[in-house]
Design a protein around this ligand. Structure first.
Ligand code: ADP
Ligand code: MG
Length: 301
């Protein structure tokens, strides 16, 4: 596995407060890496360190195979596109004029600019002034600016923040297309559901610490979804199981938390032993949000 971002104990302190603590990031090449965590958990601070916009207190960051330092920063940033916090762009200029500034600044050709604009599907809005853009259009223009240099790595800080569901879906779709085209995308969000299903890999922060890093599948297998049992006498089954198993009754379906498959089989046998007919046993479908809650409630991994 080759990684586009690797950090070793990356740490940022402000005074005696560590806002990012000993992060070991591993972002696989070609992934959409969802960088998730509540507000204030350290996402933006981490991304700024990766871009050398702020300096780590301790630890190291390697980006695109090279240590990110003051000395390598300039060359590396030529290969990284980023959108940090509010979208860039001058409001009194049109989209096209803003793109022209980027073009001159980076010495790009027309084809690169056209491709970036087409990728974010903004061709038809480029003659409008940016201050007349919707938030979603501003975010897409910001991403076009970041994409114009044809980066291998794109770092996007909360690009879905404040967008309506259609705007969020557009960004998701864009991220998928970029990853299909070979760009590695690191994308943060404090709303776990917003990049659920788009991210192939996840890093979850809580209070400046990484509480989970891995693939979506690994995350879901680290959590144990509730077992749901459909049976002939849910009320009695609930009485039988409530004390020792923490069962609850949910629309006449028994819900049992924290059971592995063997324990679930034991519960079924106990119910059958009580003369209760068991019609169906399944695991609840969990959202990323629920998995996250269960991980943080349990003190993380
Ligand atoms: N320049 C700074 N000085 C002091 N504290 C800061 C500074 N920048 C960020 N913080 C604090 O660091 C924590 C993490 O912030 P941030 O990285 O912006 O989190 P996130 O992007 O996950 O919302 C927050 O508690 C924030 O108040
Ligand atoms: Mg932030």
């Amino acid at each position: 596995m080759s990684y586009v971002v690797v950090t070793e104990k990356l740490t940022k302190r402000y005074g005696d407060r560590a806002v990012v603590q000993e992060l070991d990031l591993r972002i696989p090449e070609g992934s959409v890496y969802g960088f998730l965590g509540p507000n204030g958990s350290g996402k933006s601070t981490t991304m700024k360190m990766l871009l050398s916009l702020i300096r780590p207190t301790s630890g190291r960051a390697e980006v695109l195979g090279e240590p990110m330092t003051r000395g390598t920063r300039r060359e590396l940033l030529g290969r990284i596109g980023s959108l940090i916090e509010s979208p860039p762009g001058y409001g009194h200029l049109t989209g096209r004029e803003n793109m022209r500034i980027v073009q001159r600044l980076l010495g790009l050709d027309d084809r690169q600019i056209d491709l970036a604009v087409r990728t974010v599907r903004m061709e038809r809005q480029m003659d409008k002034k940016v201050r007349e853009f919707s938030l979603g259009m501003k975010q897409r223009l910001g991403i076009a600016m970041a994409l114009a240099r044809q980066p291998r790595l794109l770092i996007l800080d909360e690009p879905t923040n404040g967008l309506d569901p259609a705007g969020i879906e557009e960004i998701r779709d864009l991220l998928r297309r970029l990853a299909d085209g070979g760009v590695t995308v690191m994308v943060s969000s404090h709303l776990l559901g917003e990049i659920d299903r788009t991210a192939t890999d996840l890093g979850i922060l809580s209070g400046g610490r990484m509480i989970f890093q891995g693939t979506r599948d690994e995350l879901f297998s680290a959590a144990t979804p509730d077992v749901l049992i459909d049976c002939s006498d849910p009320r009695r089954a609930h009485e039988v199981l409530a004390r020792q198993r923490g069962a609850t009754l949910d629309n006449a379906v028994l819900r049992l938390p924290g059971l592995d498959d063997r324990a679930a089989a034991g519960v079924v046998a106990a119910l059958v032993g009580e003369g209760i007919g068991v019609f169906g046993v399944r695991r609840d479908e969990q959202t990323l949000e629920e998995v996250f809650m269960s991980l943080t409630a349990g003190g993380g991994l």
